[in-house]
Design a protein around this ligand. Structure first.
Ligand code: UTP
Length: 222
């Protein structure tokens, strides 16, 4: 089984101890023969750095590049925790990812290119390696009918169609560091290649359950 997992940038800092259980999860999955690519988000550090540079007049694509650099640093850190199980380089393009994935080691990567988020990176990677499953592990339990951080009665959706999600996201911001849970590029890729996708809480148990085929979080239906 081939799986791409996007890890929320919120895992990276300020404390890093929360990462340890993820190394155990991924090494046990690797041992069972699951082929993995892991995409790390930029998180708080990326947002703070982007905010700082924006206040100083930096253009949007350069801000994106700051975010990409941070996500790659997080990837490097995560790969170090996996030791020899991880592919020794952090791929920076789809071409490199294809090559790295063929090595049989766990591939860890951050961003690719300005204009989208690491969610799109994860979807494009899943498309390239013909993944059986894309797991988007985020800081909420799945996709809600309204923002759960604002509305107490927000309802977790078990299943949502790409078209519905696209409509929900149309009105959102697309500045550097401001991409939503799923960005439009990610949704397009999921749709065109019919990639099985699940959005779950970023914790080892939820990711494991998603990979084992359980109905955890929200399924995105192409
Ligand atoms: P993320 O995609 O991690 O954004 O990359 P995020 O919204 O902070 O994600 P999480 O929820 O913490 O995981 C940080 C920023 O880096 C740029 C974007 O500006 C993004 O908001 N980026 C990232 C790109 O421009 N291209 C990429 O391929 C990846």
């Amino acid at each position: 089984m081939k799986v791409v997992v996007k890890l929320s940038g919120s895992l990276f800092g300020p404390e890093l101890e929360g990462l340890d259980p993820f190394f155990e999860l991924f090494s046990s999955l690797h041992e069972k023969g699951v082929k993995l690519a892991i995409v790390t988000g930029g998180g708080e550090v990326a947002r703070r750095y982007i905010g700082f540079a924006r206040r100083h007049g930096c253009d949007e694509s350069s801000l994106d590049e700051i975010g990409i650099a941070v996500s790659r640093l997080n990837a490097r850190l995560f790969a170090s925790g996996l030791g020899d199980l991880a592919y020794p380089r952090i791929p920076t393009s789809l071409e490199e990812v294809g090559e790295a994935f063929g090595s049989g080691r766990i591939v860890v990567l951050g961003g690719y290119h300005p204009g989208f988020s690491t969610n799109a990176v994860a979807a494009l990677t899943a498309e390239r390696v013909r993944a059986d499953l894309l797991v988007n592990a985020t800081d909420v339990e799945g996709i809600y009918d309204s923002d759960p951080r604002v509305f107490k009665d927000a309802k977790l959706l078990k299943r949502v169609k790409v078209a519905e999600l696209t409509a929900m996201l149309q009105s959102k911001g697309y500045g550097a560091g401001e991409y939503e849970l799923m960005d439009l590029v990610a949704l397009k890729v999921i749709q065109r290649s019919k990639i099985r996708t699940r959005v779950v809480l970023c914790e080892p148990e939820a990711i494991r359950r998603a990979i084992e085929g359980e109905e955890v979080g929200t399924e995105i239906v192409p």
